[in-house]
Design a protein around this ligand. Structure first.
Ligand code: ITT
Ligand code: NA
Length: 183
């Protein structure tokens, strides 16, 4: 059965489609679920998935992805506020802020929440990397400033990014659970 990925972000959809190819079709749905105020990406995603599944009707499962970039030297900023910071100050200026620090380590984290008529499950993925001056044309969001193993995520193909990224790891946990459940 098709999975409805509730997001306005086409980059997330591209990555999920690539990862879930051959398992289930992924359909993008734009539905403005309530993003509750919380420090926990898991709570935000689970709440959103439950609401979307209930409000959208039909028994097709839904997937919600709540992600954030956590900069070590900035106390985890922008974290759950990453979308807001990207829209306001932008990626380039976040890099400028981080470049003033000796410690340029950062983590990307995502929580996928899957909801169907039996309930909600969440899957988490994290990747640690280093912030650098922007490089690369691929990916989306903060990818040009996030380096892993010498390459920014914007320099990777979707497949390469999925192999190491927070989202790829969360998708791997999802697929493991999903395949077990179907068996
Ligand atoms: P939704 O409609 O799914 O909420 P969004 O882009 O608003 O889409 P989030 O609320 O999860 O997504 O915000 C996360 C922020 O982090 C946002 O600025 C994204 O562009 C960025 N982001 C998320 N995943 C990323 C990734 O894999 N690489 C780079 N930036 C990412
Ligand atoms: Na969002």
């Amino acid at each position: 059965m098709a999975i409805r990925f509730v997001t306005g972000n086409e980059g997330k959809v591209r990555e999920a489609r690539e990862y879930l190819e051959g398992l289930e079709p992924v359909e993008q749905i734009e539905y403005d679920y309530t993003e509750i105020q919380s420090d926990s990406l898991g709570e935000i995603a689970a709440h959103g998935a439950r609401e979307a599944f209930e409000e959208l009707g039909s028994d097709e499962p839904v997937l919600v992805d709540d992600a954030g970039l956590f900069v070590d030297a900035l106390g985890g900023f922008p974290g759950p506020y990453s979308a807001y910071v990207e829209d306001t100050v932008g990626v380039e200026r976040l890099w400028q802020l981080a470049s003033e620090e000796d410690n340029r380590r950062a983590r990307f984290k995502t929580v996928l929440a899957y909801a169907d008529e039996t309930g909600i499950e969440t899957f988490e993925g994290t990747v640690a990397g280093t912030l650098v001056a922007p490089r690369g044309e691929g990916g989306f969001g903060y990818d040009p400033i996030f380096e892993y193993n010498g390459q920014t995520m914007a320099e990777m193909s979707t497949e390469e990014k999925n192999a190491i990224s927070h989202r790829g790891r969360a998708l791997a946990a999802f697929v493991e659970w999903y395949a077990d459940r179907e068996a």
